[in-house]
Design a protein around this ligand. Structure first.
Ligand SMILES: Nc1ncnc2c1ncn2[C@@H]1O[C@H](COP(=O)(O)OP(=O)(O)OP(=O)(O)O)[C@@H](O)[C@H]1O
Length: 454
């Protein structure tokens, strides 16, 4: 964000202007400082180059600083202005503050105070620019890097929000914690972050389930020996890529303490080493347990938890993203047919609907297993759905229970009930007509007709 550091100094006193410019270039080297001696040219200069901060003298020939301030606030409302005054101009400086100046400085004062004010202003401007960037990328409905999410199939607004969040945090160096029930796609999201931010760098994984303290130290940190023959650990192998700590909630408290130093100071001691080594990798951790609950039970260290969840991504279970079921079945059929070297069978049109009430305790992994089983038993193009039979039955039972709609004394008209159903489906799918039509069991054109009639 280069523009955040462009400063324009406006003053008709050539000597002061030169001295201030030299001071700022030396004391605030990250800033790009330009000067302007003629108040009439300020707006023109700001048109041809973006300035985020203007240091403005109050008394100049042709145009007063107060007038110029007004113009700047009108045409460049995000630009900060620091008023530079003579000794007897405090009243007008105060007026300028009321009209939106960021700060004022008395020329007779210590230049140190002015440097401090410039630094603070640049910091605020930088923070605002970052915030704006985060806000823009988060609310921009389009994904900027869809190519990084090729492995992630979804049309659910909740999942797409997670992808946008991943894009936003990709460039941050802070750790990421991915939480979700088993099979919800934690590994896939960790790999997507790697693709987004460090595609040329390594991706190292360690599964922390039943890992002892000693195993953890050797595997993660490696070892050095006096006779040579050092063994690198995964932190070193990950280089400036990603180290993925899978199932971190399974680690013992002892073993957890080894990770605190790594996360806090980005350094670690290989086994047998006297000196710490710096780590450069991005840490991504996952857990299918609720780490905050584990912490409350005294089974997970608070200092580790709060360092890990600088960015937290909670993945919804499949039962809360039912719109994806049909898409995922198709996707898994593709993969299964290819891996099992079979003709690609077709998905029966009502399969996803039949599975509607099923809870999928094993999430996408369970669905994938069912599809692989069904494809392996398929006959030519016909998908054998016996692998789904139990789930379909259980789904039908649940659906029956959930469908027992209760009515008040006065029944709604058919038109009212229709409208209520359509509204509910549109709201559940964030107004995605294709998805809403699927929920209602009608074609998209039929839904579209109903919507235009309303
Ligand atoms: N959105 C998705 N689109 C397509 N396939 C997916 C998606 N999410 C997950 N999968 C697939 O589902 C399976 C389970 O995903 P994954 O292993 O990432 O889940 P997990 O939460 O890490 O599971 P566990 O907790 O058991 O390690 C994988 O085969 C993965 O490729």
């Amino acid at each position: 964000m280069k523009m955040a550091r462009n400063i324009l100094l406006v003053d008709d006193e050539a000597q002061w202007l030169r001295a201030l410019s030299v001071t700022l270039k030396r004391r605030v080297p990250e800033a790009h400082v330009d000067t302007c001696m003629d108040g009439r040219q300020v707006l023109e200069r700001m048109q041809s180059k973006k300035y985020s901060l203007v240091l403005l003298d109050l008394t100049m020939p042709f145009r007063s600083g107060e007038d110029i301030l007004q113009d700047i606030k009108l045409n460049h409302p995000n630009c900060r202005v620091i008023i530079v005054t003579g000794v007897n101009e405090i009243d007008s400086a105060v007026r300028c503050m009321k009209r939106g100046a960021y700060d004022y400085f008395n020329k007779a004062g210590e230049v140190e105070a002015l440097v401090g004010s410039v630094r603070r202003a640049l910091e605020v401007i930088g923070l605002e620019a970052n915030l704006e960037q985060v806000r823009e990328s988060f609310f921009d409905r389009e994904l900027k890097r869809p190519d990084s999410f090729k492995e992630i199939i979804s049309c659910e607004p909740a999942v797409l929000d997670r992808l946008r969040y991943l894009e936003v945090i990709a460039s941050s160096p802070a750790p990421v914690l991915i939480i979700g029930e088993s099979g919800t796609g934690k590994d896939v999201f960790a790999k997507a972050l790697h693709q987004l931010a460090y595609p040329e760098q390594p991706f190292e994984v360690i599964s922390l389930t039943s890992m002892s303290l000693e195993q953890l130290r050797v595997t993660l940190f490696g070892s050095v020996s006096l006779e040579g023959g050092d063994t690198p650990g995964l932190v070193q192998l990950a280089g400036s890529g990603v180290l993925y700590l899978d199932e971190i909630g399974e680690l013992s408290m002892d073993a957890q303490s080894q990770l605190v130093e790594l996360l806090e100071h980005n350094q670690y001691f290989p086994v047998g080493a006297q000196k710490p080594v710096c780590s450069e990798c991005r840490i991504v951790a996952s857990s299918s347990h609720d780490l905050k609950a584990l912490h409350q039970q005294g089974r997970f260290r608070g200092d580790l938890l709060y360092r890990l969840n600088a960015h937290e991504l909670a993945l919804p279970p499949l039962r809360e993203r039912r719109l994806d079921i049909g898409l995922l079945i198709n996707h898994f059929i593709d993969i299964a047919a290819q891996e099992l070297n079979r003709e690609r069978p077709l998905q029966p049109s009502n399969l996803a609907n039949q599975l509607w009430g099923y809870g999928f305790p094993g999430n996408l992994l369970e669905l994938k297993g069912m599809v692989f089983d069904a494809v392996s038993r398929s006959d030519n193009y016909k998908l054998n759905i016996s692998a789904f039979a139990e789930a379909i039955q259980s789904g039908a039972n649940n659906r029956q229970q959930q469908l027992s709609i209760s009515f008040g004394e006065q029944l709604p008209t058919l038109a009212e009930a229709n409208k209520a159903l359509v509204d509910e489906a549109m709201s559940r799918t964030a107004s995605n007509q294709t998805a809403a039509a699927r929920l209602l069991g009608i074609s998209q054109s039929a839904l579209s007709r109903r919507l235009t009639k309303e």
